[in-house]
Write a protein that binds this ligand. Sequence first.
Ligand SMILES: O=c1ccn([C@@H]2O[C@H](COP(=O)(O)O)[C@@H](O)[C@H]2O)c(=O)[nH]1
Length: 288
Amino acid sequence: MIFLDMLLHAQARHQTYLCVGLDPDPARLPGRWRGRVEHLFDFCAAIVDATADLVCAFKPQIAYFAAHGAEGQLERLLAHIRVAAPEVPIILDAKRGDIGSTAEQYAKEAFERYGADAVTLSPFMGFDSVEPYLRYPGKGVFLLCRTSNPGGDDLQAQRLADVPGQPRLFEHIAALAQGPWNRHGQVGLVVGATYPQEIERVRAIAPTVPLLMPGVGAQGGDAVAAVRAGWRGDATGRTTGPVIVNASRAILYAAGGADYADAARTQAERLRALLATATQRHAPQRVN
Ligand SMILES: O=c1ccn([C@@H]2O[C@H](COP(=O)(O)O)[C@@H](O)[C@H]2O)c(=O)[nH]1
């Protein structure tokens, strides 16, 4: 199944906009695993098992594995998700961006080595740095647009004097994602839940692309405001502009002891319920 269909199906089936981010920090692993890199997989697999029916996506962050030479554990984790939650799409958070020949290798890494359904990318180097990922039919790419960090404004809010209307950079990226770069419906955008006004603006420019919204929980973003700003649906409640709200640390480290997976589930349940209030009249349509 293609990424977008998987996403909409998981949202409807699990009645959720929640994505759990898998960012395992060895220094924050529970109990006797603390500091032990060889347990990154065990930790994340337990989180996946505890939250699989509450999410519409999982988002492993590659840096937390690669920094420790633990790419093998990341491979095992994606394989585990396929079995434990076959209906849930996997967004590999890699934020790659490079010339075409190197991008081909990164695309191979994301989609062939790890078997992800979608990947995050920096659009900074232009379309030829994104195109190699789009050669994989049905796979998704999420372009950094208005990121969740305060410094995102340093570049993303700058106006482009040479583009008609002098849009801000993030507005231009949104227009490219909705239009010329999105030849086969594979492109989405990353917009921080920390900036609901900018989400509103991005949604006005890009009404139908999926929006991946990190920044709730540890970064303090307003989850409900973000969904209200980003989600779009028709009169029957069918999603026409999907949103995916990511939380990593707030769920992973909800408790520091042996009860960490139960605590993660409780936290995920709370966040899922909160997100549902944002579109209460239009919860994702249930499917069997
Ligand atoms: O603009 C962005 C893009 C990506 N991220 C990533 O999302 C998670 C957020 O983690 P929390 O613990 O929920 O704050 C992390 O993997 C970031 O690399 C982002 O935060 N903002």
